[in-house]
Design a protein around this ligand. Structure first.
Ligand SMILES: N[C@@H](CCC(=O)N[C@@H](CS)C(=O)NCC(=O)O)C(=O)O
Length: 206
C-alpha cells in the first residue's frame, strides 16, 4: 500500500493525492507539516532530507518533490492514461508541469501566502497586487494553449493537468482581480467533473 506523507491543505500534497485518487490506488495519507509539524524528526528527515511535504513511500521507494511523485505514479500505474504513451504528448504534459513550478509558483506563492496565511495587518499589499497582476499575464499563456485542445497535453486528461489544475483552483478562489480566461474556465469546468479533483484539491483555502 502507498503512503503519502503530508497535510491535506498543502497544494503539493494535493497534487500527489489527486494522482493517487485518479489511479484508484490503495493508500494512506499521514498528516505531517504545517500545524502537525513532524518534518524535522530524524525519522521524517531520513525519508525526506528536504524537510517538506509531500513524501511518497511505495514499497522500497521513497520519493519527494510533488511533480516527481505525480510523474512516478503516472508512469508506474497510469500507462496510457495519466502517463501518455506518445512521447510527444508526454513532453507537452511535462512542459506544463515544469511551467507550474518555475513560472506560476513564484507569484502564486506571494499572493496565496499574503492573502491566506498572513494576518491582514501584516500583508504587503503592494507585493500582492504586483504578483496578482503578473499572474494575470502568466495565465494568458495557458489560456492561449487551451484554445484548441480540451486538456493541457491534448485530447485527454493526463498528468500534465494536475499541477496547473491544482494551482488554478487556488487562483480562482483568491480575492484578486483576474482577467477573463474563457478557455481556462472551460478546462476548469472539465476538471470539476472529476471526483478526485473535487475530493483532494477543491478544499477551503487555509
Ligand atoms: N518543490 C517541493 C516543495 C514542497 C513544499 O514546499 N511543501 C510545503 C507545503 S506546500 C511544505 O512542506 N511546507 C512546510 C510545512 O508544511 O510545514 C514540492 O513540489 O514537493
Amino acid at each position: 500500500m502507498l503512503t503519502v506523507w503530508g497535510r491535506a491543505n498543502s497544494i503539493n500534497v494535493q497534487k500527489a493525492m489527486w494522482a493517487v485518487a485518479e489511479l484508484g490506488l490503495e493508500h494512506e495519507r499521514k498528516d505531517v507539516g504545517g500545524a502537525f509539524g513532524g518534518l524535522d524528526t530524524p525519522d521524517y528527515l531520513a525519508k525526506n532530507p528536504n524537510s517538506r511535504v509531500p513524501t511518497l513511500v511505495d514499497g522500497d521507494l521513497v520519493v519527494w518533490e510533488s511533480n516527481v511523485i505525480v510523474r512516478y505514479l503516472a508512469a508506474q500505474y497510469g500507462a496510457g492514461t495519466l502517463w501518455p504513451a506518445d512521447t510527444a504528448v508526454r513532453a507537452i504534459a511535462d512542459q506544463w508541469m515544469e511551467w507550474q513550478q518555475t513560472t506560476l509558483l513564484p507569484d502564486m506563492f506571494v499572493v496565496f501566502w499574503g492573502l491566506i496565511r498572513t494576518p491582514e495587518d501584516q500583508r504587503d499589499m503592494a507585493a500582492i497586487e504586483k504578483s496578482a497582476a503578473n499572474l494575470g499575464t502568466i495565465w494568458q499563456m495557458l489560456e492561449r494553449h487551451l484554445a484548441d485542445r480540451p486538456y493541457v497535453s491534448g485530447s485527454e486528461f493526463t498528468m500534465g493537468d494536475i499541477p496547473v489544475g491544482a494551482t488554478f483552483y487556488r487562483y480562482h478562489e483568491l480575492d484578486i482581480v483576474r482577467p477573463n480566461l474563457p478557455n481556462i474556465q472551460k478546462w476548469y469546468a472539465r476538471l470539476r467533473e472529476r471526483p478526485a479533483f473535487c475530493d483532494h484539491v477543491m478544499l477551503p483555502l487555509t
